[in-house]
Design a protein around this ligand. Sequence first.
Ligand code: FES
Ligand SMILES: [Fe+2]
Length: 401
Amino acid sequence: MDATAQVNRDLSVLSHVGAGTAGGEMFRRYWLAVSRAEDLTDIPLAVKVLGEELVLFRDGGGRLGLVGLHCSHRGTSLEYGDIESGGIRCPYHGWLYDVEGNCLDQPLEPRGSTFCQKVKHLAYPVRELGGLIFAYMGPHKSNPPPLPRYSALVKEDGVRLVLPPRHWDYSWFNFFENTIDSLHAFFLHKPSRADRSWENAFWDYPGNHHIEAARTEYGMQTVVHWPGPTPDTLYVRLTTLALPTVFSLGGRGVEEQGFERLLFVTPSDDDNFMVYSCDFVPRSGEQLIKKRDQSRYAPPAAEPVKEYDKRKYVPYRGQVWKEDYVCQSTQGKVGYRSEQLATSDRGVILLRKLLMEAVETVRRGGEPLGIIPKHKENEIITLEAFRRILPVSEAAALMTP
Ligand code: FES
Ligand SMILES: [Fe+2]
């Protein structure tokens, strides 16, 4: 190990999400995306969130429920249960649970038994917004904080696209930290960007980008900039995130103004996470959908592979997601891996700071950054993000939010 490389063990709290862990308790103060609305049919849907095995369903009355996967009686998976007007019924002995976890019926118990009143099955509040279903798994179940109304989830003057979730098999932190590490794209993704659009200028710039990171009301932003096409302009990439794990990736250039893509990262457990995404395309920009889809589903470029190259993930260059996967899944967990952060890690450094502060705030019984105060529950929150050429003065204003 290099003399200056270090393991910062404090950060290991961010690698654990289970109940009772410091990181897990931090996550349990926020609403987390747990499903797409359209994936929830009349069949129970098993989901794993923060290390907890749960089942999501919509009862016969249309109410959403998220309850413990294993029946309180003797553990059968409610994924195989039946949905009724009043809730979900276990297939084994027929215990029926409503969306609040109350046990309503135990058909094999003696007539007149009141035992079911003593049974309280695990249940969490769930809400639907913008095509996604969010759950709150924290201590204030009867009075959870407001569900954030991010603009991409609530705007009406356009088209919303909610894609199927992606499931990944490494630590959520590596993925989320990468979102604010804007500069990695200029190296890692250069091969897969070479033939793309006006923003070739982004990829052609030979280096010396500047990155600034700053706190925002609910999280942080980074601004990456470098000299624009004229002396009084800059190329600017602005990205914003909200705690705990919401990331905003905006449009490219003026023609994509108003386009939003929000990513919601939800840890399944310490080693797996899900990414939900919601795109909002303004009515004026429907052509964007086509363009976006083309780049999203573009087949991998054929990277020549040497026949004796036995590395597990080869070929990976040419496909953005695979390039990211290779880099993020091989890092190991934060707090256990040895690292040396550099100037280009400004965004990463601030994000870690904010998350560690949130963990500490929760540990002390406070309300962490990113929780919407009650008096702002109807506020529409815009997490601004774009890639654009800006006059130097406008760019400077972005850096002092
Ligand atoms: S195990 Fe579910 S009712 Fe018996
Ligand atoms: Fe990337």
